[in-house]
Design a protein around this ligand. Sequence first.
Ligand SMILES: Nc1ncnc2c1ncn2[C@@H]1O[C@H](COP(=O)(O)OP(=O)(O)OP(=O)(O)O)[C@@H](O)[C@H]1O
Ligand SMILES: [Mg+2]
Length: 475
Amino acid sequence: MIEAIAAATTRNTRSTVDYLTTTHEVLESIIDQINDGIVIASPEGTISYHNEVIRGLFGIGKETRIDHLKDLCHINWSKRLARAAIDSGGDYGTLVASDRSIHFEEKIHAGDSIRFLEFTIKRLFSHSRHHEVRVIVVRDVSAKRRLEATLQSGGTCGLITSSPEMLKVLEKARQIAASDASVMLQGESGTGKSCVARLIHEQSTRNRYPMVEVNCAAVPETLMESEFFGHTKGAFTGAHDLRQGKFQAADHGTLFLDEIGELPLHLQAKILHAIEDRRFQMLGSNETLNVNFRLVSASNINLRDAVDTNQFRPDLYYRIAVIPINIPPLRDRIGDVPLLVNHFCDDLVARGHKDNIKVTKAAWQALLNYPWPGNIRELNNAVEHGVICSDNGIVDVDSLPQDIRLYSREVPAARPAAQAPNLEGPGEENALRNQQIELQEALEKAHGSKALAAQILGIDRTTLWRRMQKAGLAG
Ligand SMILES: Nc1ncnc2c1ncn2[C@@H]1O[C@H](COP(=O)(O)OP(=O)(O)OP(=O)(O)O)[C@@H](O)[C@H]1O
Ligand SMILES: [Mg+2]
């Protein structure tokens, strides 16, 4: 009997140990999937666990031990906690007693870079409350902060967006503006390539000099060379005067070659040399001119495909596309439609239209359903058309351009509406459906990781959770 009990106890102990070991392993592998840094420390600051992300966030190499909070960065932790408590409207004692988590943000030096890190600190107790640990979650919010700084400084050249993809484009444009690297903007017509080129120029140190634009599709082939390089008097029939070319005009500034995919092959070789050496000769002159410009190019055809089909020189492609930036079409950021419609309505009011514009539900539905082949330029025109043809400021489907009216009649089932704008909303049901699709897409992209899905959508995890519940996706 005693032996049987002993055997059962051993079995139970072993299964408990197995269970605990498995749980521990599962937890560790979950923590390894998280993009945030995680630290477990005693109230005195001694660290008993940290994940690998912590090293990256604080710029600490593998060879350095991390034993104490002060090994992470030079923060006066107790002062910082007290300040966080005051910022949240209480004092540290009350906050700690309430067991609420404490949040604060710090700008820290991590290796050569400056990072904005968000800290969330939560106290955890053993059952008896004799043993206390602090779980610290650290998140890198640098990109968000820099973007906010860009938006607040008005440095988006009028670009309006709430799309995470487009916000990434703006952040990248801001980030690379300071360098001299050649940028290639790729995107459909009307997606905002020229605006992003302007943003890069405005944010660069070259902004005291001009941004000189050449639309390669608009210049006749016979005049292209003189347009780029200029000509001397009498260089060819009709060259009555010396004329400076665009390359020279862009000296110290930015040269923006729009629709560069339209350059004929024979000119691509000439341009390549001028771009590589930043030197060229005017037509009719033997004198070599040196210039110093930053090159930004744009194309609405896929230049890689053009390289594959021998329509674009690969050497020129690699020279101009050191930093490629893809601008997403409006149909992939349909959540921007309400924002842009409101923006274009405000613009019309600023240009003298009466401040009484209302958009009906049906018109919102049509605007949100439409696939926007002409992108933002087409949307701008549609709003202007809608307002001009509106009945006393009320924009209905019939006020919209014909293409949109026809399309909305062909597609009775509304594509889901994005965040309801300030005027008249497209309806709860649509908004919910839109949110459902947005959530599903983000979760798919994130392979089910809620943390990543929240990042993709540009929302925090609590908001994601709330939205998932509302959309019936939590479970
Ligand atoms: N995010 C945005 N917010 C507000 N307006 C925008 C935005 N993006 C583009 N626009 C407006 O849409 C129009 C088209 O933009 P832009 O000329 O930059 O596009 P593009 O990609 O250069 O077009 P194209 O291929 O025809 O040269 C412009 O009037 C621009 O001001
Ligand atoms: Mg353009």
